[in-house]
Design a protein around this ligand. Sequence first.
Ligand code: PEP
Ligand code: MN
Length: 376
Amino acid sequence: MSHIRELELAPLETWFDNHGKIPLIAGPCSAETEEQVMQTAQLLASMGLTGIFRAGVWKPRTRPNAFEGSGIKALPWLNRIQQKTGMKVAIEVANAEHVQLALKYNIDIVWIGARTTVSPFAVQEIADALKGSNLPVLVKNPVSPDLNLWVGALERINKSGINKIIAVHRGFSNYQSSHYRNQPRWEIPIQLMAMHPGLPIFCDPSHIGGRSEWVHEISQKALGMGMHGLMIETHISPNHAWSDADQQITPKALYELMRSLRMPDDKTGRHQINQELVQLRRMIDSIDEELIQVLSKRMQIVEQIGHNKKENNITIFQLERWNEIMDTCRQHAKNYGLNREFAEQIMQEIHKESIQIQTDQIKILPSISSDSPKPE
Ligand code: PEP
Ligand code: MN
């Protein structure tokens, strides 16, 4: 990035009371009923999980006819949670009207969702509505892996006088099917961390994983990557949740999870002297993981090609196709500024493995071509 505008920020510990523990924002995906939010909040409070209580009141849904949140009637429920539990409450805002209502109902913190961060118009509208309030704002990463869009949203909010800001990493949409609901692409929040060392970055493992069983591993990984806190969806009865049922965990499970998580110690963590090297290595690790993931996807397609060739009696190795692959590889190497010989070597290795996979398939699978011997 050519131009970095410094963010003017209040240090996290001056406004986010974490009670000496890992900073946590927890609560259900959506506020469904007053009983559901109140019971969840009271359970969290009774277990000492009294960070910040989250509940979506207006829900951005991918498809119409899904539950779109309880709306304005849920705001007094959250006020009663503030009174009864002493917890601070956070809601999502997507336009100026949401912000005005959040201010009117004394909501403590607002967050900008991933689908809103992608739109500079929407973010600017929210930033304008927030002017003069200094209401703390969490800015989730945009759904697309675009660091500049994320930074731009943070800058817009900061420019309107908000200095209590947290960036939230919730993963990125992926057009290919992947293990997680939203790919983490850790190198992106780490790059943000390197650009703005004073900016707290939380991780939302619920929306990255999309499944409750992955919340733990993602949370621990995020802390290992130097992230400063967590935003986790929790519901008194996850199976019956009206939105994101697969990824929510019970308050009890959250309590166990928080007890088992470890902040990295100073030697390996974010306080290491040569912080830049630590961050660069984490970016490399994340990209290496992606490389392996992409290679694995390639080999799955190779298997399908193997089946196709076998069914159609086509030879595995075809010189013309090989020349085409290598020409394309050289062209890509040139376009992306990669050493040509290096790119060729890698492609040769990949191709060798592809041929091997297809050869193994012939050995394992019974032939189904018309001229092969029929079973007795
Ligand atoms: C949410 O936090 O419930 C939410 C909608 O998140 P995201 O914007 O990350 O999808
Ligand atoms: Mn959700």
